[in-house]
Design a protein around this ligand. Structure first.
Ligand code: IMP
Length: 431
């Protein structure tokens, strides 16, 4: 018997429904690991009709016996993490005895939040549409080697000394460049020390624990946040987040060796959505787009913003399959398309008279691309809650099978509703 270590990744622009699938698969694992992003993520879980939105904690947290890890690649707001833990514990979910927070995580400070929001405001119509959680500025500090790390929170003198320098740096920018209010260092220090007291017992060497679990043949699940095209290198730059969201980040962002992974499951919506600005070739800017948004409850789980909706794009998905070494697809929200008469799949782009079948790496070119579609008849009957592949209407199966053929990745799971039970398992990733 050997262990299985699986990466779950969003293959589009995020919000593909990863939370539900991670939660569902965690009954087969001993540990769930977050490895990038921060509290810009919003993973929605619906269990017994009760909705929970997790931002920083891995989606495995709602199962009592699963260990949860926040890897070094995550940027952590200590106060947001404390609030999330407190909220769950108030609702009877024990967290502090199962959460392992990497000592090497970079910390999000109030300066980062202020800078993120101030910059977005100053960009006016050119704004990226960030979540305003300070993600970008926190990663900037990490790469600039001036950031505060979780381990620093355990050493008050070291923390005070480092924080003073960071505070000085950012307050200078806030005051003199953006001409907004500064944030007093003393108040930030006090808040950090308060959070540190609560988080201290959870701080750990995550890489060492994961390696030990692996040697004991534990199954581990690595939970990506955001989606492939929000990746800072491979996404639609600059309309991206500030971390690597692709599968390769699972290793670097947790300290778990790359040869330990067995499977990469790509969570993929049966249509496409995007929050915030940036190119989106198959976007539906009409009544149909609005219909899909309403039927699919396409509103950001963190910011409440409406999501842009469009047709399934096989061109972007083919690149996603390559970037992430996808070994299986999990198709989500099939039921949202139930009433449509005709469905379209984008199979190529027209760009200045030429046909492109490879997703352009240059965002400027992508902005000029026009989708080439093939049409498929809808099924116009409910698929909500169906649990067996054969019970799906013939046209729904044909639609899914065409997607799998175009993307060249087999479909492992189909999600037909928000609940754990609204799922068709074709081949179980841990089977
Ligand atoms: P940031 O991560 O807050 O810096 O935002 C950068 C871009 O990523 C914006 O377009 C956000 O809307 C998008 N983004 C960040 N987190 C998520 C997410 O969890 N789902 C979908 N989009 C996200």
């Amino acid at each position: 018997m050997y262990s299985k270590n699986i990466i779950i990744i969003g293959t589009q622009w995020g919000d593909e429904g990863k939370g539900k699938i991670v939660d569902m698969l965690t009954d087969h694992v001993q540990g769930v690991v977050r490895f990038q992003g921060g509290n810009n993520a919003g993973h929605t879980l619906v269990i017994d009709g009760h909705k929970t939105v997790l931002r920083l904690l891995p989606s495995g947290v709602l199962r009592d016996n699963v260990h949860c890890f926040i890897g070094n690649g995550v940027v952590v707001s200590p106060s947001a993490l404390v609030n999330e833990i407190t909220d769950l514990e108030k609702n009877g979910v024990s967290v502090s005895d199962r959460l392992h927070l990497s000592q090497s995580c970079s910390v999000i400070l109030p300066y980062h939040v202020a800078l993120d929001q101030t910059r977005e405001n100053s960009r006016n119509s050119k704004a990226i549409g960030t979540t305003g959680r300070g993600i970008g500025p926190a990663y900037e500090d990490k790469v600039a080697r001036r950031g505060i790390r979780v381990v620093d929170l355990l050493h008050p003198e070291r923390l005070a000394e480092r924080l003073q320098k960071v505070a000085h740096h950012h307050n200078f920018m806030l005051e003199h460049y953006y001409q907004v209010e500064t944030i007093p260092y003393e108040a930030v220090l006090e808040e950090l020390l308060h959070s540190a007291d609560i988080l201290k017992p959870m701080v750990a060497d995550v890489s060492a624990i994961l390696s030990e679990l692996n040697q004991k043949n534990a199954n581990l699940l690595f939970e990506g946040a955001q989606g492939t095209y929000l990746d800072v290198d491979h996404g639609t730059y600059p309309f991206v987040t500030s971390s690597n969201t692709t599968a390769g980040a699972a290793s670097a962002g947790s300290g778990f060796g790359p040869l330990n992974f067995n499977h990469v499951l790509g969570i993929t919506k049966t249509y496409v959505t995007r929050v915030g600005a940036g190119p989106f070739p198959t976007e539906l800017k009409d009544a149909l787009g609005a219909y899909i948004a309403t039927k699919g409850h396409e509103f950001g789980s963190v910011t409440g913003r409406p999501r842009r909706c469009g047709w399934f794009d096989a061109v972007m998905m083919r690149r996603s399959a390559q970037l992430n070494s996808l070994t299986g697809l999990c198709m989500t929200k099939l039921d949202v398309l139930d009433e449509l008469k005709t469905l379209r799949i984008c199979t190529g782009y027209k760009h200045r008279g030429e046909t492109l079948t490879i997703f352009p790496a240059d965002t400027e070119i992508l902005c000029e691309c026009q989708p080439i579609y093939e049409d498929h008849p809808g099924w116009q009957t409910s698929t909500f809650g169906i649990q067996t592949y054969e019970d799906l209407p013939k046209n729904a199966r044909a639609y899914l099978e065409r997607i799998s053929e175009l993307v060249e990745v087999p479909i492992s799971i189909v999600s037909t509703g928000p609940g754990r039970e609204d799922t068709i398992i074709i081949s179980h990733p841990f089977g």
